[in-house]
Write a protein that binds this ligand. Structure first.
Ligand code: UD1
Length: 431
């Protein structure tokens, strides 16, 4: 069991270069099943979810080599259509392997996917999308059996713009004769990146970034060398790290356009943000001001993946901030630990009302999901004394060596081994 020990009170300053976005890389790795030949992904983050996805690709018959941020996938051995139980339970993204496996092999089996415990996270929209393409689905005993022998292009309407379901259908349709249309598609930047990846391989996808995506199936795709977009959520987390410590952080390679909602809130809190091309600098005031209301929404609304980090920042701001989590029904699990650190937060349903306090104090806390875990680290950076964050395997799912990135900016944070006994002691305090 590993943890982070954080000594709060340092002002973060410096420059950071981002890796490719986790949420772009995962579907791109899945889509690397589609072409014939080798695919190379650059700036590939060294995170648990990426390695878990590579593990699944290997059990399907692919060769995957990861070295210093470059993943090479050779899929000529692709022959298995059954996703391994253990690995697919580890990451939710295993569900969108259904699309590319069906696209190539016309059949696929997966057990119900895992991922962070941030809500019910059903997969009905994924299955609805695939059924609209003629896939026969049997959902039995925790496994989903898909027969794609009669697959065809089709019209898909999503009742909600699910990111993963949109990506799944894009991949399933890339090699299907005819034109598939997705109505009410998700519009996240990572979906545009997937479109770009498929098109660079020889595909014909149009409209990503809007609510209507058209996929014109092609006969074959070819392998390419590709660098996905930088991680806007890691960028946002570092911007919050600057904000909570009164620091100044420059992120060298970001797409500022994708961070407009986050920048808007940080400006409301008193941060100055300068953009220059792909670089973005956050200069935080000595004390933050509360923001009025932050509501998570599908893109281009405020990203749910930045809610926890902004909530941590709001804990120390002057005044009252309101946060409404609209995307996932169970994504405020960081609140209890923040309160133990001295924060004043009241939760009712999906709404958190945060009354800013003068200071937080170090505590032993536990990460309960990826972004909530990052929020606890941010609180630790700003708190008085020592904070120990347990269960950081969840943070490693989406941040590559977060402690090194933050130390590079002047934070006092280290990765430590926790004995089972220590872990039990702190678990007893956990509400
Ligand atoms: C992706 C991101 C995740 C982010 C989320 C929302 C990846 C790998 N993960 O997750 O980091 O937090 O988008 O921006 O890209 N839903 C259904 N039925 C479905 C699918 C989803 O009801 O079949 C619901 C979910 O329970 C949730 C909402 O739709 O309440 C959004 O989920 P979705 O957009 O699918 O998120 P993911 O693709 O899982």
């Amino acid at each position: 069991m590993e943890g982070f020990r954080v000594l709060g009170g340092e002002i973060l300053e410096g420059q950071v270069r981002l890796d490719g976005a986790k949420n772009a890389v995962l579907p791109i790795l899945a889509a690397s099943l589609l072409p014939e030949g080798e695919t190379v992904i650059r700036d590939c983050p060294d995170i648990r979810d990426v390695h878990a996805m590579a593990g699944i690709l290997k059990t399907l018959g692919c060769d995957c080599f990861w070295r210093r941020g470059v993943m090479r996938i050779q899929n000529s051995g692709l022959k298995h259509w059954e996703m391994p139980d253990g690995l697919s339970k580890q990451i939710r993204s295993s569900i969108f392997l259904l699309g590319p496996i069906l696209g190539r092999l016309r059949r696929a089996t997966v057990t119900y996917p895992g991922g962070c415990e941030i809500g019910l996270r059903p997969i009905d929209l994924h299955l609805k999308g695939l059924r609209a393409l003629g896939v026969q689905i049997v959902d039995e005993g925790g496994a989903i059996y898909c027969d794609g022998s009669k697959m065809h292009a089709g019209d898909v309407y999503f009742d909600y713009p699910s990111v993963g379901a949109t990506e799944n259908v894009m991949m399933a349709a890339a090699l299907l004769p005819g034109v598939t249309t997705i109505h009410n598609a998700a519009r996240e930047p990572e979906i545009e990146d997937l479109q770009q990846f498929i098109n660079r391989m020889g595909g014909r996808v149009h409209g990503a970034g809007t609510q209507l995506i058209e996929i014109e199936g092609v006969q074959a795709l070819h392998g390419i060398d590709y660098a996905p977009i930088p991680d806007r959520i890691v960028a946002g987390t570092l911007m919050c790290a600057a904000a909570v410590t009164g620091g100044r952080v420059e992120i060298c390679n970001v797409h500022p356009w994708d961070l407009i909602p986050v920048m808007d809130k940080l400006k409301e809190m008193g941060c100055r943000i300068a953009e220059e091309g792909e670089a973005l600098t956050v200069d935080a005031p000595e004390r933050l001001r509360a923001f009025s209301i932050l509501q998570t929404q599908p893109h281009p609304g405020f990203p749910t993946d930045m809610q926890a980090q902004m909530l941590a920042a709001a804990c120390l701001a002057r005044g009252t901030s309101v946060i409404v989590e609209n995307v996932f029904e169970n994504r405020l699990s960081h609140v209890a630990d923040l309160c133990r650190m001295g924060a004043d937060i009241r939760v009712s349903g999906r709404t958190a009302v945060v009354q800013g306090v003068e200071a937080l104090r170090g505590q032993r806390v536990t990460a309960r999901d990826l972004r909530g875990g990052a929020a606890l680290v941010l609180a630790g950076l700003a708190a008085e004394g020592e904070t120990v964050v347990e269960n950081i395997g969840l943070i490693d799912r989406g941040y590559a060596r977060l402690e090194e990135m933050l130390s590079g900016l002047g934070a006092r944070i280290q990765r430590i081994q926790l004995t089972t006994e220590e872990h039990h002691v702190s678990a007893a305090f956990t509400p």
